[in-house]
Design a protein around this ligand. Structure first.
Ligand code: DX5
Ligand code: ZN
Length: 222
């Protein structure tokens, strides 16, 4: 089954609770993009906003940390109510230790890789992760164009997971639309993040349903 995670990066931050309410009945997860102005050239929100979101929605919070030195913060995001804490492999010299810290803090552990980072970087941490986020744009901004070269990487990651006989979600993030969703699902992704496509105009739930339909069109029907 494919799950859809709308990204609040493209929502109206001044009306965050209302925006989240608009996707409450149709989303599977809520994707929260945390940016620090160091790891990526943009700044968004921190643990207090995650704590407020936790109180405002029943959706699992999928927190994507695009921050330097994530070791110093993963505990605070878990405490604030993140269900999944995803750290970038490029943001810490000791991603193995960082993932252990996420698990010790009681959240599910995700690892993200930027477009230039090869899939084999993940080989020795598969036993620690619940989710692998393959970035399909360079992190930092919503509304960017999907990088189609990432489809091969998604296929590689899917093969690695199958070889290791592990149950790990593959999430994709960046440029996901009803045109790119079937491609990433066919390559092996099962969690789709979408910001602009969901909140960029029209009814967010109708947009999510469009995404779900296009994603499911490539899955075998039962
Ligand atoms: C980009 C963020 C994404 C962003 C995706 O760095 O990680 O989650 O919201 O936005 P779209 O779906 O508009 O490409
Ligand atoms: Zn994201």
């Amino acid at each position: 089954m494919v799950r859809i995670a709308p990204s609040i990066l493209s929502a109206d931050f001044a009306r965050l609770a209302d925006e989240v309410a608009r996707v409450e009945r149709c989303a599977d997860l809520l994707h929260v993009d945390v940016m620090d102005g160091h790891f990526v050239p943009n700044i968004t929100v921190g643990p207090p906003v995650v704590a407020s979101l936790r109180a405002a929605t029943g959706l699992p919070l999928d927190v994507h940390l695009m921050i330097a030195n994530p070791d110093a913060y993963v505990g605070r995001f878990a405490e604030a109510g993140a269900s999944i804490v995803t750290v970038h492999a490029e943001a810490t010299p000791h991603v193995h230790r960082t993932l252990q810290a996420v698990k010790a803090a009681g959240a599910k552990a995700g690892v993200a890789i930027c477009p230039a980072t090869p899939a084999h970087f993940l080989e020795h941490i598969l036993d620690l992760v619940d989710l692998i986020l393959v970035m399909t744009v360079n992190p930092g901004f919503g509304g960017q164009e999907f990088i189609s070269g990432m489809l091969a990487k998604v296929r590689q990651v899917r093969a690695m997971i199958e070889d290791a006989d592990r149950r790990i979600d593959i999430e994709v993030d960046g440029g996901i639309s009803d045109a790119t969703a079937p491609l990433v699902v066919k390559a092996g992704a099962n969690v789709l993040v979408a910001g602009n496509f969901v909140f960029g105009g029209g009814d967010p739930c109708a947009n999510i349903e469009r995404l779900r339909r296009s994603a499911s069109s490539v899955l075998p029907s039962c």
